[in-house]
Write a protein that binds this ligand. Structure first.
Ligand SMILES: *Cc1c(COP(=O)(O)O)cnc(C)c1O
Length: 395
């Protein structure tokens, strides 16, 4: 966004439409150039030696990565954003940036599973101690802080069972002990929650999800406040994890429509959550915007909206990790695809595997089915879910 616009534009959809690029800087074309680049030429030997120009090498940023990073900064209110090749890299790069051998990290137990895998394998191998904490802990997380706790990682809500965290309370306790607070904010997007306004230092997004929006790109963004920006940026340079221009362009294009897509995702998901709650065959609906959800008050206090991902707990436990009922439900679906990830235009369902939990107990009434609600018509999706419920009841 150009200087004039930044100071005068406030609304989220206006920001999404204009953020991150100044068409006047490239002949007036509405969209930024997709710059495929390694080498950048310098005008003379002295400039090459001092690298005294805006762009110096492909790994250090291009007009395309800058356009996307600038747009995310505008949405997050961050001092700087790095763009990395996947959402998982958006988790691992900041962890590597702020943790050293001998340090301790606190990770929320409802965390995205590949994050846990990274902590339990690579971080441990590098000499970092990791403890998992209950997502219900607010200020009490202070009791788990150690002398060497350098990072507290949050994710709210959890992306399978949707536990909400008291982010401001966790951040205050972590800062009192000198730790950096990170949040995987993929579920809410910066439209529904702005972590840096609630005490978080580093906001993480799988841009693969809603920003991309079409299940056709993998990308991650990490946005830092002024205190943490330089360290984060240095770690990206040191590691060499930079994003490809076409992928940045695809996400920038997705961002332009993210606001209206999210409105529809939110509306349909909430309508379906309400329709499923209390229905025969459904033990519980796990959606933070429902008053029945244990984290509803936190959601209402801190969030501006809910995206299109929630879960249902089917009634009726059975042997073999609830698999027969879960599989019957999934196999009866005709519109919902069976697949991982979310945030695209199409609906998806998956049987959530919660066997990784060490602290926060998963629901026991029956299988947890996670639903990504796409842009299809609500009636069609409800009819599909009813097919699933009927099949699960018969299983
Ligand atoms: C999908 C996801 C990621 C990882 O994103 P990828 O681009 O698939 O690597 C990270 N965190 C959360 C919460 C996610 O849902």
């Amino acid at each position: 966004m150009n200087k004039k616009a930044t100071t005068t534009i406030a609304g989220p959809n206006t920001r999404l439409t204009h953020a991150g690029y100044d068409p006047r800087s490239f002949h007036g074309f509405v969209n930024p150039p997709v710059v495929h680049a390694s080498t950048v030429l310098f005008p003379d030997a002295k400039t090459m030696e001092t690298r005294d120009q805006k762009y110096t090498y492909g790994t250090r940023g291009t007009p395309t990565t800058d356009a996307l990073a600038g747009a995310i900064d505008d949405l997050e209110g961050s001092a700087g954003t790095i763009v990395v090749p996947s959402g998982l890299a958006a988790v691992t790069v900041p962890l590597l940036a702020f943790l050293s051998a001998g340090d301790h990290a606190l990770i929320v137990d409802s965390v995205y599973f590949p994050t846990r895998h990274f902590c339990d394998t690579m971080l441990k191998r590098l000499g970092v101690a990791v403890d998992y904490y209950d997502p219900a802990l607010g200020a009490d997380i202070a009791k788990m802080m150690k002398q060497n706790t350098k990072v507290v990682l949050t994710e709210s809500p959890g992306s399978n069972t949707f536990e909400m965290q008291d982010i401001p309370a966790v951040a205050a306790a972590a800062h009192a002990h000198g730790a950096v607070v990170m949040m995987d904010n993929t579920w809410a997007t910066p439209l529904f929650f702005k972590p840096l306004d609630h005490g978080v230092d580093i906001s993480i997004h799988a841009a693969t999800k809603y920003p991309g929006g079409h299940s056709d790109v993998l990308l991650g963004t990490v946005s830092a406040n002024a205190r943490t920006w330089q360290t984060l940026k240095d770690a990206q340079y040191a590691l060499g994890v930079c994003a490809a221009p076409d992928d940045c362009y695809a996400v920038l294009k997705g961002l332009r429509t993210m606001g209206i897509r999210l409105e529809r995702h939110q509306e349909t998901a909430l309508a379906l959550a309400r329709a499923l709650e209390g229905r025969e065959g459904v033990a519980r609906v796990l959606h933070p915007a429902l008053p029945s959800h244990p984290g509803h008050d936190l959601w209402k206090r801190d969030f501006k909206g809910a995206s299109g991902l929630f879960a249902i707990v089917l009634a009726g436990a059975d042997a073999d990790h609830h698999k027969p009922k879960a599989h019957a439900f999934l196999n009866a679906l005709r519109i919902f695809g069976l697949g991982y990830s979310w945030g695209g235009y199409e609906s998806l369902a998956v049987h959530a595997n919660l066997s990784d939990r060490t602290v926060a107990s998963p629901p026991t009434e029956g299988p947890v089915i996670r639903l990504q609600i796409g842009l299809e018509d609500e009636d069609d999706l409800l009819a599909d879910l009813e097919r699933g419920l009927a099949a699960a009841a018969a299983a």
